[in-house]
Design a protein around this ligand. Structure first.
Ligand code: PLP
Length: 397
């Protein structure tokens, strides 16, 4: 006998992983150049050269016992000091090392926060569609329930009235992800200040804070000279989850953090509960070598200009083929493309028959769209446009 839920999670791959594995098999059959795989969000640019050099330097010059040893549970103090100073310099708020809990990527950061904030089974976290499907797994794994709100097409900003109606006595937190996977939307300062105002009012009525959990692995991947607004500027009870998976192109190295700023209500209790969740989940500490590396590389990013180039190429190329590219992604490396028929699963099946691998939007809670991960080499996008043309042709475009 095993846990039914764990068995299900372990034996059924996610739609995205399934498609990715299919792409690998198919590449073996027809050759990789004939498969146009836009399924998975694995960065396609290498980590910055300076980061790779720093990695070599750390391995060469550090005391190996210290470098590869356990760190304190919340992370190496010097690393947290450096990161907190970097956050303060960028965003203000006077962050300190005791506001930062270093984690095994954003995934672990989120799991720790959901565990920390779930007071009783069935407590609720509100999530806006379209959403990263693992959220439901993480929230339910903490014994809580995910309340999914429908997408607000076409701009995918927040429907504040729907949120107001969804908040109830069991609401513990609201989860946002901006820049958003899969929609590519970046919440505007107006959206965030409206959200902050609403949450302050409803927290006041409940007599306790509704925490806002901000999942930000794509914080630096924004276009047209814009910047991602800093969520704690708009709501004091915001807990930020971050990761270097995308910004430094280090997804396999697993490093991120939870930031519980000093302005968060019951800061010490919340921070201790996050650390306690990490303990309960058996994380011990985040990878020691990469704690040092990410702290040393604070402020650096991989060369994100390639994503901007891919985005421009898709906007122009797909637009010319009759696809709706009127709302290109403001951030991330995902295009959320309205499908050429209402049934997004049928559309993605037709694309798959042409070896064009797109993920149906309904897997993210938004039917009528397909997600296209454009973190691929630019020549692959040029080659794929021809296939997108064939697909559009099947719909008489
Ligand atoms: N949140 C979102 C929205 C993501 O897209 C991902 C990964 O793709 C994660 C969290 C998990 O990131 P990490 O690799 O840091 O665990």
């Amino acid at each position: 006998m095993v846990s039914k839920r764990c068995y299900e999670l372990g034996s059924a791959r996610s739609v995205i992983r399934e498609l990715f594995e299919y792409g690998n098999r198919r590449a073996g059959e027809v050759g990789p150049e004939r498969v146009y795989d836009f399924s998975i969000g694995n960065p396609s640019v290498p980590p910055p050269q300076a980061a790779l050099e720093e990695l070599e330097r750390l391995i060469r010059d550090s005391d190996p016992l210290e470098l590869h040893g356990y760190t304190s549970a919340q992370g190496d103090l010097a690393a947290r000091r450096k990161l907190a100073a970097g956050l303060t310099a960028r965003f203000g708020h006077d962050y300190g090392p005791d506001d930062l809990y270093l984690t095994v990527g954003a995934a672990a950061a989120l799991c720790c926060v959901f565990h920390a904030l779930t007071v009783a089974p069935g407590d609720e976290f509100i999530v806006f569609a379209p959403y990263f499907p693992e959220y439901k797994v993480f929230i339910e794994g903490a014994g809580a329930a995910a309340v999914i709100l429908p997408p607000k097409a076409p701009d995918f900003q927040i429907d504040l009235d729907a949120l107001d109606a969804a908040i109830g006595p069991r609401t513990r937190g609201v989860l946002i992800n901006s820049p958003n996977n899969p929609a590519g939307v970046v919440y505007t300062p107006q959206t965030l200040s409206g959200l902050g105002e609403l949450l302050r009012r409803r927290s006041g009525e409940l007599g306790r804070p509704i925490y806002l959990i901000s999942d930000e692995p794509y914080r630096e991947i924004v276009y047209d000279g814009k910047q991602t607004p800093w969520v704690p500027d708009h709501y004091a009870d915001a807990i930020v989850c971050y990761s270097w998976s995308k910004s430094l192109s280090l997804p396999g190295e697993r490093l991120g953090y939870v930031l519980v700023g000093g302005q968060v209500t019951d800061h010490d209790q919340v921070f201790a509960a996050v650390a306690g969740a990490g303990r309960r989940l058996g994380y011990v500490n985040a990878p020691s070598l990469f704690q040092r590396l990410c702290a040393a590389c604070d402020g650096l990013t991989a060369d994100l200009s390639i994503y901007a180039e891919n985005r421009a190429l898709l906007t122009q190329g797909l637009g010319a083929l009759g696809y709706d590219t009127s709302l290109p992604p403001a951030g991330t490396f995902y295009y959320f493309l309205p499908t050429l028929e209402p049934d997004d699963v049928a559309f993605c099946q037709r694309a798959k028959a042409l070896d064009l691998l797109l993920v149906p939007g309904s897997g993210f809670g938004a039917a009528g769209y397909a997600r296209l991960s454009f973190c691929v080499p630019t020549p692959r996008i040029r080659a794929a446009l021809e296939v997108f043309g064939k697909l559009a042709g099947e719909y008489g475009r």
